[in-house]
Design a protein around this ligand. Structure first.
Ligand code: ZN
Ligand code: ZN
Length: 60
């Protein structure tokens, strides 16, 4: 039996694991367009900042 472990995305703002039922958003970095950024439900709600790991872009 080979079972693949599901990998959940990590919120870019708070580093929390995003569960499938989370009302999260994902988008490419608006500056470099190379990094996929995730925001969980609560970070969206509280408009926490995120930071791109590649170009260092910070934004709401
Ligand atoms: Zn978050
Ligand atoms: Zn970037």
């Amino acid at each position: 039996m080979s079972q693949k472990q599901l990998q959940f995305p990590i919120c870019t703002s708070c580093n929390r694991t995003i569960m499938p039922n989370d009302e999260c958003v994902k988008f490419m970095c608006p500056r470099c367009g190379e990094v996929l950024l995730w925001r969980c439900e609560s970070c969206r709600e509280f408009a926490r900042t995120y930071k791109c790991s590649k170009c260092g872009f910070e934004g709401p």
